[in-house]
Design a binder for this molecule. Structure first.
Ligand SMILES: NC(=O)c1ccc[n+]([C@@H]2O[C@H](COP(=O)([O-])OP(=O)(O)OC[C@H]3O[C@@H](n4cnc5c(N)ncnc54)[C@H](OP(=O)(O)O)[C@@H]3O)[C@@H](O)[C@H]2O)c1
Length: 384
């Protein structure tokens, strides 16, 4: 019988790729999607899936993980072989822990309840590699992570969601946990459909070309674990139906991630970014205007200085050590990622772009009179 999948977060960056992948394999997909009714929710999902996707095997149920979660209606159809839980709020920067808790923690509890009450085969929970929080050194998969300091409310909400999944697994639920790192565009051409976290830093560096040489807060040798969306989805599709995945955790991370130096050199060369230096200090210790420039990306900046190494033994054992590797050289791939984002205006509409430019002009004006802010001159050495 054709496997039946339920997906939360189907309209998201990863979810839409997963739905396309499953439908392309002829599988049946039910999706929980926010919308006023099933028809409106279906229209939303079909719009993000785009042209050329055969939706004959797709069923959409309108529902919100907070509040009117359509669990009963989802369980009414054919038995669910696989439940994929991707829905989450990814607000790294916004200080709205209550909302994050509602969706990421309580929402996961609601999905677990559905799995344990219904005739569900397996749960596939998409977590994040950064549940490791402030841990240093190699981060392992199956051991889980002990209580750690987290850099933001998003990380701690995902950590708590994982703990709920592990508890349900101990009660007997067949569950796997997948931990992607920072998911970005395609490994072959850099294409992406949404432009979150990493792209915000790129956008600020790109806009700052008009400000003059800037200093990026980060460590040149630190690796930034960017993993391409196509490899993440390929890994999920390859792993989920195997007999040896339930009860295990999988790091969906890049076996050879680029360094911050790679990022700077690619950006300076291909996009004429003017990053003069990478300095290993918090952004607010940088001279003006770099200190102000990176404020909107404050939540992302610690990732440019964290020395983490994600152990990928569970994936390597099942799919080989290079399954998630980007074949092209890091700088070439980074160039593609950034050039594509620029071509797509970082996914912004005209009003948002105009706002960006206006903000930048205000910064420019302040930058030529740094004494008014007590700022310092900008270093103009070459990128380190
Ligand atoms: N992107 C990354 O770099 C990355 C890295 C590591 C882990 N992850 C994890 O991967 C998963 C998917 O991430 P993503 O990048 O695809 O996220 P995304 O693009 O922000 O999409 C989030 C999805 O969650 C849905 N959602 C949010 N609140 C909801 C609610 N109250 N009820 C029902 N659905 C709700 C959204 O629906 P609407 O369209 O209605 O808003 C959307 O479909 C998340 O669990 C995330 O933590 C992502």
């Amino acid at each position: 019988m054709t496997p039946h999948h339920l997906i939360t977060g189907a309209t998201g960056f990863l979810g839409r790729h997963l739905v396309r992948g499953l439908l392309a394999r002829g599988q049946r997909v039910s999706a929980l999607v926010r919308g006023d009714d099933d028809q409106a929710a279906l229209s939303r999902l079909v719009a993000v899936l785009g042209d050329g996707v055969d939706v004959a095997n797709l069923r959409v149920v309108a529902g919100d993980l907070v509040g009117s979660f359509g669990a009963e209606r989802l369980l009414r159809g054919a038995p669910l072989d696989h439940v994929w839980h991707l829905a989450a709020r990814l607000d790294l920067g916004r200080r709205r822990p209550v909302r994050l808790h509602e969706v990421n923690v309580a929402g996961t509890a609601a999905v677990l309840d559905l799995c344990e009450r219904g005739r569900v085969g397996r749960l596939h929970h998409v977590s994040t590699a950064y549940v490791c929080g402030a841990a240093n050194g190699p981060v392992l998969e199956d051991e889980g992570v002990g209580p750690v300091m987290h850099h933001n409310a998003y990380e701690s909400s995902k950590y708590r969601a994982e703990a709920l999944v592990r508890a349900a697994a101990r009660r007997g639920l067949a569950a796997s946990i997948y931990r992607p790192s920072i998911v970005v565009g395609d490994s072959r051409d850099g294409r992406a459909e949404t432009f979150g976290a990493f792209y915000l830093v790129v956008r600020l560096c790109y806009l700052a070309r008009e400000v003059g040489p800037i200093i990026l807060p980060g460590s040149p040798d630190v690796t930034l674990d960017l993993v391409p969306v196509d490899r993440v989805i390929a890994a999920l599709l390859a792993l989920h139906a195997r007999d040896d995945v339930s009860g295990h955790t999988f790091h969906l991370t890049n076996p050879a991630p680029p360094t911050i130096r790679d990022l700077v050199e690619a950006g300076n060369a291909a996009l004429d970014m003017r990053i003069a230096e990478v300095r290993d200090v918090p952004a607010d210790e940088l001279p003006w205007p770099s200190s102000a420039l990176f404020e909107p990306a404050a939540a992302m900046l610690p990732y440019l200085r964290r020395r983490l190494c994600f152990d990928g033994a569970n994936v390597a054992e099942r799919l080989g050590p290079d399954f998630l590797r980007v074949e092209q050289p890091p700088r070439q791939w980074l160039t593609q990622l950034m050039q594509h984002a620029v071509q797509r205006d970082f996914g912004l509409d005209r009003a948002a772009l105009t706002r960006d430019v206006r903000l930048l002009r205000r910064m420019l004006e302040k930058a030529v009179r740094p004494e008014r802010r007590g700022g310092q001159a900008i270093a103009s050495s070459t990128a380190s």
